[in-house]
Write a protein that binds this ligand. Structure first.
Ligand code: B12
Ligand code: SF4
Ligand code: SF4
Length: 388
């Protein structure tokens, strides 16, 4: 039990110090209030820009996002933390090599959800034990919380045109986490400035046109249905045919709009070893990944965010990347994938084979067409054979 009576200012200051001790590189405290941008969020959902991420559109979840006090009744303060996960490409040539895949930086080692959540719970327990009794809940990514808005309100940074929360002189390769607490604290000033200025680098660099610039009110807008991160991680079914060629060799997530952001020239490698690339995830061979069995997938991605896509989702992405490479070297792996037990993998392998200027794909596609019974896969095969 806490033994001394501290002022709200002292409490907030000690929370900041403790959060830093726990490894969070940035921390701020914000009052819990209804979202200032609730209408913008609802409009975004209304326009269908969330695609198949139905959890973002559920009525109860929208109400919680619009007001954190609906999510955690009695919540009055939000402690918002950030932790850096940047890691440079160990082999600088890998991203430009179309025979190798690019995994987004956040997914090159352990899943951040577990690590951040554990530390946030430790922080909350420490507050109760050392400062004052509190009730609350910790959230990392998956809760019905507009994390970037709370971060901006807690003074951490601004909403970049790429929609990321950017910290001045630190960049955007930072995970966010929040604890909603039922006590009044002393608050940081919200981050007021927009440091994007006239820069449009992210909008121009996005290969799929997912970034739509700012709206009249200044909100950065994205059509998530076109974002490679959505297409390679969140989307469960086939990737729309017109978007496949634009994905290049990005097999899990995408960092392009962060890579081109001048504020990320300040990024420094993560101090947390859990976020530095583990072997095999920095520029993996696409051909090798295309032949991955379920056992290999489970062993290789133990504790990794990549598990979220499941084997069939990852191999779908790898097939697309191989099709974009278009090399005859990829034919044996793709022809084998035509017989995969997952229709999703077979269909994308068929698409990829159709992009390789070689005779062997035609034979493999014809042979598969004779035995294929999935309507969608048949349509992909026929389209690759120019028979549709
Ligand atoms: C859904 C989601 C996605 C979707 C949609 C992304 C998007 N831009 O909305 C997809 C799958 C595409 C995605 C991709 C990525 N994601 Co994501 N994602 C989320 C999630 C779960 C919800 C985001 C959301 O609600 N989007 C809906 C939009 C409308 O809300 P918003 O982005 O907060 O936008 C606000 C502004 O528009 C603002 N606004 C409205 N009007 C106005 C007016 C003015 C003047 C201003 C300034 C602002 C403003 O209000 C909105 C609501 O608060 C959050 C976690 C969370 N619970 O918040 C992580 C989160 C945003 N993702 C994260 C990450 C790391 C990524 C990726 C980098 C992963 C990768 N490498 O592939 C990419 C980045 C792509 C990108 N450019 O955004 C981090 C971002 C950290 C940061 N520094 O910003 C988060 C916070 C997770 C975390 N806990 O760390 N993600
Ligand atoms: S993550 Fe990639 S696809 Fe998504 S908005 Fe940024 S650049 Fe575009
Ligand atoms: S690239 Fe330019 S416009 Fe985009 S978020 Fe960074 S500073 Fe803003």
């Amino acid at each position: 039990m806490p033994t001394q009576v501290l002022s709200p200012h002292e409490i907030s200051e000690r929370i900041r110090l403790k959060a830093r001790e726990l490894g969070f590189g940035a921390v701020g405290v914000a009052p819990v209030r209804p979202s200032a941008y609730g209408d913008a969020y609802t409009r975004w959902i209304g326009e269908g820009m969330h695609g198949e991420m139905a959890y973002l559109a559920r009525e109860d979840a929208v109400a919680k996002r619009r007001d954190p006090a609906v999510l955690v009744p009695g919540a009055r303060s939000a402690v918002v933390v950030a932790i850096e996960y940047y890691n440079a490409d160990a082999d600088a040539a890998a991203p430009a090599d179309p025979s190798r895949g690019i995994v987004a930086r956040y997914a090159r080692n352990l899943d951040y959800h577990d690590l951040l959540k554990e530390r946030l719970i430790a922080l909350q327990e420490w507050i109760s034990a050392e400062l004052l009794p509190v009730q609350g809940r910790a959230y990392v990514d998956t809760g019905a919380v507009l994390e970037r808005e709370l971060a901006q309100r807690a003074g951490l940074g601004w909403f970049g045109r790429n929609t990321m929360l950017i910290q001045p002189r630190r960049g955007s390769y930072w995970f966010l986490g929040t604890i909603l607490l039922d006590v009044e604290l002393a608050y940081d000033a919200p981050f007021a400035k927009d440091h994007c200025g006239t820069c449009q680098a992210c909008v121009s660099a996005c290969p799929t046109g997912a970034l739509l610039g700012r709206d009249a009110a200044g909100a950065p807008r994205m059509d998530a249905r076109r974002c490679i991160s959505y297409l390679t991680i969140e989307l469960r079914g086939p990737i729309p045919r017109d978007l496949r060629p634009l994905i290049g060799n990005r097999v899990y997530g995408c960092d392009i709009c962060q890579e081109v952001c001048p504020w990320n020239s300040f990024a420094t490698p993560a101090s947390e070893e859990a976020f530095l690339a583990r072997e095999g995830l920095d520029g993996p061979s696409l051909i090798e990944w295309m032949t991955m069995t379920q056992e290999e997938f489970s062993a290789r991605f133990k504790g990794s965010p990549i598990k979220r896509a499941k084997r069939r989702g990852l191999l779908r992405n790898v097939a697309v990347a191989l099709g974009n490479w278009g090399s005859p070297d990829a034919v044996p792996a793709l022809a084998a994938a035509l017989n995969d037990e997952e229709p999703l993998v077979r269909g994308h392998a068929a698409w990829a084979l159709g992009r390789i200027p070689d005779e062997r794909p035609v034979d493999a596609l014809r042979a598969r067409l004779e035995v294929e019974d999935d309507e969608w896969v048949i349509s992909e095969i026929k389209s690759s054979l120019d028979e549709d």
